[in-house]
Design a protein around this ligand. Structure first.
Ligand SMILES: [Zn+2]
Length: 161
């Protein structure tokens, strides 16, 4: 069985909304996406990798902007090996201190500056819902509702497992 999650996380990785705001956001998201289940807010206690699961198609280098595809092209096996080697190593508590050497331009960068297609994020707080029953992301207006409740700019991550 596969699962899809919609995850909303603060654009500022360290931001954690207060408890009242978290409860209000959980109730509002569960009401907005009533097909979904297990709507929850979570404070990981440290910056965590908010992954997109099997939706990962490529990693984008923040230095040279090169797209590193994990599934197509002659370099895909090497990129997969590089990325999964890194992903196995980083532990939640050390994500912010992890640096890595990019295979494209050999530059050393902080892990948290990596960009992804589909998007992933780094954050301490996450609001999530399982199988929300929508193909698209929340609209700008819908997202703005949650940004107002949680008091921060939000990023959307769609994960498939
Ligand atoms: Zn690069």
């Amino acid at each position: 069985m596969s699962s899809d999650y919609l995850k909303l996380v603060p654009a500022n990785p360290h931001y954690v909304p207060d408890d009242t705001a978290q409860e209000e956001a959980v109730a509002a998201l569960a009401a907005l996406l009533s097909a979904g289940s297990e709507c929850a807010a979570q404070d990981f206690g440290h910056v965590a990798f908010i992954d997109q699961g099997e939706n990962i198609e490529a990693i984008i280098c923040p230095v040279c902007s090169k797209r590193l595809p994990l599934h197509d092209g002659p370099d895909a096996p090497a990129i997969q090996e590089w990325w999964y080697g890194i992903a196995e190593q980083f532990e939640d508590g050390s994500i912010e201190r992890t640096t890595l050497a990019m295979p494209c331009c050999s530059r050393s960068i902080p892990l948290t500056t990596l960009r992804f297609d589909w998007p992933a994020a780094f954050a301490r707080f996450e609001l999530s819902i399982l199988d929300p029953g929508i193909g698209e992301n929340l609209s700008k207006e819908q997202l703005a509702q949650f940004e107002k409740i949680l008091g921060c700019e939000l990023l959307q991550v769609r994960a498939h497992y």
